[in-house]
Design a protein around this ligand. Structure first.
Ligand code: ACM
Length: 542
């Protein structure tokens, strides 16, 4: 038998016996089988032969890790799931099936790693524990669970690092909240696909979801709405369901999420949306508004004219809230919202107009800029950085503020030209609450269409920027608003598989992006989601 490349590929498949797809891949494309990895690694070369684990799978960790136990436990899980053989940690000198090496010279990017699978063993090298973590997630996809107990995996060499340093998903827990277990499962899945930021939208008109000890009525009053609109108010719906809805996360629970995420190398960015989207807080503390109230926690979707008044009481409230929020969430960024704050009440408010005169401000948009710059100074004095929706540019944002561009890409383009850092999350490609097709059978969703392919086509760096401006684009984020998503299953249906497309956009090299290759690699991931009981939208569902 002559071993040309093509027969060799077939033999590899037969010998390794692992679940393998045939994506189009670099120059090996038409011949060598490559594992179905999402997101696609920056570089992957198939070598000849296969690795087969021993009857007991040994692994070893070399280097000075701060959390050796966490990496050991993940390695154990990945190896056990792959082969169902007993797994044991070995001393550094024995022959081992998997060696994890932490070495300062193993890569310049703090998230990079190399993964070499050879006949005599697997080695993952990285300069950080995050790199080792990502390498193990890649190995998990290669050594696909569900393959035969004796199955081997193909020899290969991966050298990988992310294209963007910010790879986020936002979850709205204000409109509907999710059980902690569901959020943890989402974090587990995010880690598999190498997301590193969980933006947690915790407050809105329809509910305040984080315990603040200095303001106890946020838990007792602001967290509850007496009922919820049925259907879409944009289509004229007004009827309410008559069912009280609410709840909040205690500070201990929020800390539990932060720790869970951190163990998966994910930062949690809390959002306290201001000065708009604050009706729930005004229901408990009406003195923070420009008009006397009373206010009810909002029972419909949309934007309210009732926002925070820029008064001394409001600043005391905001600072009191942020003090506790910063104590819970150690993230570099604190999200202060800034979106959809109508100027109606400030136009009518003597207090607001006095500030405009006193500070020589142009108008109410400039007043919002003044408001958020004050908040930014407070956050910065605590060693943190604010991030806000792109409206924060309208009133003149502090240069140290990072901008999250949602009303298309233009806000982000304007922001990088002004020297801001930017995260791109445009409605056109990154709003995962939008419908996945035009079919009437889609579950309730926002009317605009965002099919899987369009998410895959998302390009966070627009044409026409200088290299320096492009470098200010930190990455991108998918946003999941939950007006119509009541259960964790509803949330998963919108997140999967679209978040896998987004994962590849944000991690893989731009030139490696390949829709057909992605589609070939996707079924192996969907099989894994099935195994994990994740409810995703089936491919081609009508
Ligand atoms: C937003 O979608 N209002 C940021």
């Amino acid at each position: 038998m002559r071993f040309d490349r093509r027969t060799l590929s077939a033999v590899l498949l037969a010998v390794c016996g692992a679940a393998i797809a045939m994506p189009v891949f670099a120059e090996e494309a038409s011949t060598a089988p490559a594992p179905a990895i999402i997101p696609l690694p920056a570089s992957l070369e198939m070598d000849g032969g296969c690795f087969h684990p021993g009857k007991v799978v040994h692994f070893a960790i070399t280097g000075k890790l701060t959390d050796r136990r966490a990496i050991a436990s993940l390695a154990h899980e990945v190896l056990r799931d792959a082969w169902h053989h007993p797994v044991t940690i070995a001393s550094a000198r024995e022959r081992v099936d998997l060696r994890l090496v932490l070495a300062a010279d193993a890569g310049a990017n703090p998230e990079s790693y190399t993964l070499r699978i050879a006949r005599d063993g697997i080695v993952i090298r990285a300069a950080t524990e995050t790199g080792l973590f990502h390498g193990l997630q890649t190995l998990r996809q290669i050594a696909a669970p569900g393959s035969d107990a004796g199955a081997g995996i193909p020899a290969l060499h991966i050298s990988d690092q992310p294209r963007f340093r910010y790879r986020g998903l936002m979850l709205d827990s204000a409109r509907h909240m999710q059980p902690l277990a569901a959020i943890k499962q989402q974090l587990d899945l995010m880690a598999r696909y190498k997301f590193n930021t969980f933006h947690w939208h915790l407050t809105d008109d329809q509910g305040w979801r984080i315990e603040i000890k200095r303001y106890p009525k946020l838990a007792s009053i602001s967290s509850m709405r007496k009922e919820t609109v049925i259907g879409n108010p944009d289509n004229g719906a007004t009827a309410r369901d008559g069912i009280p809805y609410g709840g909040y996360y205690t500070q201990a629970q929020a800390r539990e999420i932060v720790a869970y995420a951190r163990a998966r190398h994910i930062d949690v960015i809390p959002e306290i949306d201001m000065p708009g989207h604050m009706v729930a807080a005004l229901a408990a503390y009406p003195e923070l508004a420009c008009t006397p109230g009373p206010f009810d926690v909002y029972t419909t979707w949309g934007v309210s004219d009732d926002i925070l008044c820029p008064s001394p009481q409001t600043f005391a409230f905001v600072e009191g809230v942020l003090d506790e929020v910063m104590a819970i969430f150690p993230s570099h960024y604190i999200h202060v919202g800034g979106d959809e704050a109508p100027t109606t009440r400030w136009i009518q408010s003597a207090l607001a107009q006095d500030i405009i005169r006193r500070e020589g401000l142009k108008d109410e948009h400039a007043l919002q800029g003044w408001f958020l710059r004050r908040v930014e100074a407070f956050v910065r004095a605590h060693g943190r950085t604010i991030i806000g929706w792109d409206e924060i540019l309208e009133g003149g944002a502090s240069p140290t503020a990072t901008v999250m561009s949602w009303r298309g890409m233009q806000g982000g383009i304007d922001a990088v030209r002004l020297g801001h850092d930017v995260v791109m999350s445009p409605t056109s490609h990154a709003y995962l609450d939008y419908c996945q097709s035009k079919a009437r059978s889609e579950p309730p969703c926002i009317g605009n269409d965002l099919p899987l392919r369009k998410v895959y086509e998302f390009e966070p760096v627009p044409d026409g920027l200088t290299a320096e401006q492009s470098a200010h684009i930190l990455g991108g984020q998918g946003n999941l608003w939950t007006e119509y998503l009541k259960t964790p299953q509803d949330v998963q249906y919108m997140l999967f598989p679209r978040s896998l497309a987004l994962a590849e956009v944000l991690w893989s090299p731009k030139q490696a992006r390949d829709w057909n290759g992605f589609l070939l690699r996707l079924p192996a991931q969907l099989a894994e989601l099935d195994r994990l009981h994740v409810k995703y939208r089936p491919l081609g569902a009508q």
